[in-house]
Design a protein around this ligand. Structure first.
Ligand code: NAD
Length: 281
């Protein structure tokens, strides 16, 4: 079985660089497909309270016969639960659904700039880490200014920042801020949600050169530029294919060609919401 490379957080803990995401997967389906992901070799699972499938993920973990040390599980605090006490309570509910004693990584799901509770929420994550309930803590969907406030007001730097990131939207600014401040970058919708990107002629050309698939080339690009990457699929053959990206090594020319696909300069490329202006319950 291929071993997944790990990256090291600023707190000294490690994260498998390739994981499996379960957004938009029904709870009972999650149980099945997370089991398939474990069979394929994935050991890192990315869920969230709002996905409504923590219980299904938990059942798959219980059925897998793998020890907690072999697994890396992430879940996320939902927007409506932001605030110090409500975060502590929401965390316990997530852990109950997952059936876990300790969580590898807990993330604030969105910054919610207008709600303005993210610093208090971050303080609750710091407390959970102090209590030993969470091994590492991070955030998702923040801006540079929001990350800076967490650092300035608590002195605790997030271990990781999970953001929309794919070749059409490569997030150079946030990646550079992360690298300069010891924050790993994790890519959500890493395949661009499986749309136009996987039909792109540049990606197809590189795939043909390496006898790989477009999805494998895109995942290999994420790995090569130092992202943690969590592709989703509910199709067993694609789950295996995506794990197989670990066998694909791109050269500098391939990486430069994929870097060239970024559309941010023209204000395009983003698929999801913009964290700077999005506040939703
Ligand atoms: P993705 O970029 O991983 O694309 C998934 C889609 O791509 C699949 O539904 C399928 O249609 C297609 N696909 C997958 N493998 C393929 C293959 N081998 N060949 C062809 N098509 C393939 O999109 P995603 O699900 O949005 O993102 C991945 C994960 O990131 C989520 O499941 C979730 O865990 C996380 N996420 C987090 C946030 C956040 O706000 N933090 C937001 C979105 C997603």
């Amino acid at each position: 079985m291929t071993l997944t490379p790990t990256l090291t957080f600023n707190d000294g803990n490690t994260i498998p660089q390739l994981g499996y995401g379960v957004w938009q997967v029904e709870d009972d389906v999650a149980e099945k497909v997370v089991g398939q992901a474990f069979d394929a070799g994935f050991r890192h699972i990315d869920t969230a309270k709002i996905y409504g499938n923590e219980a299904g993920v938990g059942r798959a973990i219980a059925a897998a016969g793998l020890s907690p040390e072999q697994l890396f599980i992430t879940t996320k605090l939902w927007n409506a639960d932001q605030g110090y006490e409500s975060t502590l309570a929401a965390f316990e509910e997530s852990m109950e659904r997952l059936g876990l004693e300790t969580l590898d990584l807990y993330l604030i799901h969105w910054m919610q700039p207008k709600q303005e509770k993210f610093v208090d929420t971050w303080k609750a994550l710091i407390e959970l880490q102090k209590r030993g309930r969470v091994t590492s803590i991070g955030v998702s969907n923040f801006t540079v200014e929001g990350l800076q406030r967490l650092i300035d007001e608590t002195g605790v730097v997030p271990a990781i920042h999970q953001i929309e990131l794919h070749p059409y939207f490569s997030q150079q600014g946030l990646r550079e801020f992360g690298a300069a401040n010891g924050i790993l970058t994790q890519a959500w919708s890493p395949l661009g949600q499986g749309g136009e990107l996987l039909k792109d002629s540049v990606v197809a050309g590189i795939a043909a050169k390496h006898q790989a698939t477009p999805a494998q080339v895109v995942i290999a690009w994420h790995l090569a530029i130092g992202n943690v990457v969590i592709p989703k699929s509910v199709t067993e053959s694609r789950i295996k294919e995506n794990f197989g990206a670990l066998e694909v090594t791109l050269d500098d020319q391939d990486i430069a060609a994929i870097n060239g696909l970024d559309r941010s300069a023209s204000g395009e490329g983003r698929i999801g919401a913009d964290p700077a202006v999005s506040d939703f319950a």
